[in-house]
Design a protein around this ligand. Structure first.
Ligand code: HSE
Length: 303
């Protein structure tokens, strides 16, 4: 039976939660799988590996190899409206989608938590992956046995505006500028804001998000790569966003807002980026709360 895997975009870090927090957004990768056909494939523009393979095919094979199985013949077609290499979780969506597709073809040898562990071995951190898989706002906390993932309650009306530059951002470059040692005052700054962010979302205190989404660990260093970053974040706040941050490793900027404000916030972000001559679009997106879905077959359990 053919099936389709649909996986949302995501915005990692949300300011202070470097490599450990993310939120899923309403842009999607869709992978259609037809088992038993001749194995042809046609894939959306997506993250490529250095050997030219696309991430979906790679993820399907990686999962099969990990469980010691051979993938049955199937045609695989993907399409995506998640911009590639902009800090919106395109590679995480492809990895999660490919692994879910491979897992489904093999009769679901892995549950979602095992699948997340496997994907994190490829990606290196699980923030975007957990948001793509589970939806909503998530914590992905690395522990000795893998990751503890927590799906956070969002007890407020929340939507988002994203400023998406045309400029591609390479995650490796954006990670290379982040210091590996953190000053004690900065550690306190970020740790306290992570706690505040979880509190603000789960207890429904949007007025705390402005402080909660601030960061001293990675954004100040990444601003050297993205001339628009500070101005666009300030413009979003000035237009009424609850809080704003660099989206993942950039160059996209995320603003969390009341749904009634998000169009105004998007417009203000675009004007600020225009002043920096950044070729970009600004869009309103919603928070995806469903996470990855397999359609055409029974719904997966979160096992
Ligand atoms: N947490 C990651 C980073 C997200 O900020 O580098 C990008 O993969």
């Amino acid at each position: 039976m053919s099936f389709r895997v649909v996986v949302p975009a995501s915005s990692a870090n949300m300011g202070p939660g470097f490599d450990s927090m993310a939120i899923a957004l309403s842009r999607y990768m869709s992978i259609t799988v037809e088992p038993g056909s001749d194995g042809d494939s046609a894939n959306a523009q997506q993250d490529q590996l250095t050997d030219g393979r696309d991430m979906v095919t790679y993820a399907m094979q990686y999962l099969a190899d990990s469980v010691g199985r051979t993938l049955p013949p199937a045609s695989v077609r993907s399409r995506s409206d998640i911009p590639v290499a902009r800090g919106m979780g395109s590679s995480a969506a492809a990895l999660v989608g490919g692994m879910l597709a491979g897992n489904q073809l093999l009769g679901e040898p892995l549950g979602n938590k095992e699948l997340l562990q496997l994907a994190s071995h490829v990606e290196g951190h699980a923030d975007n992956l957990a948001a793509a898989l589970f939806g909503g706002a998530v914590l992905a906390v690395p522990v000795s046995s893998g990751h503890i993932t927590v799906e956070l309650d969002i007890n407020m009306e929340l939507s988002a505006a994203v400023l998406i530059p045309k400029q591609i951002g390479f995650t490796t470059d954006a990670r290379a500028v982040v210091p590996t040692q953190v000053d004690r005052a900065d550690a306190v700054y970020n740790a306290s804001r992570c706690a505040l962010l979880v509190h603000a979302l789960s207890t429904g205190c949007p007025e705390l998000l402005g402080d909660a989404m601030q960061d001293r660990w990675h954004q100040p260093y990444r601003s050297a790569l993205y001339s628009h970053m500070d101005s666009v974040i300030a413009a979003a706040r000035g237009a009424g966003a609850y809080g704003a941050s660099l989206s993942g490793s950039g160059p996209t900027i995320l603003a969390l807002c009341h749904p009634r404000k998000s169009a105004t916030v998007a417009e203000a972000m675009k004007h600020a980026a225009d002043r920096h001559d950044v070729d970009c679009s600004a869009e309103v997106v919603t928070i995806d709360t469903a996470g990855a879905q397999i359609l055409g077959l029974k719904k997966r359990s979160n096992g």
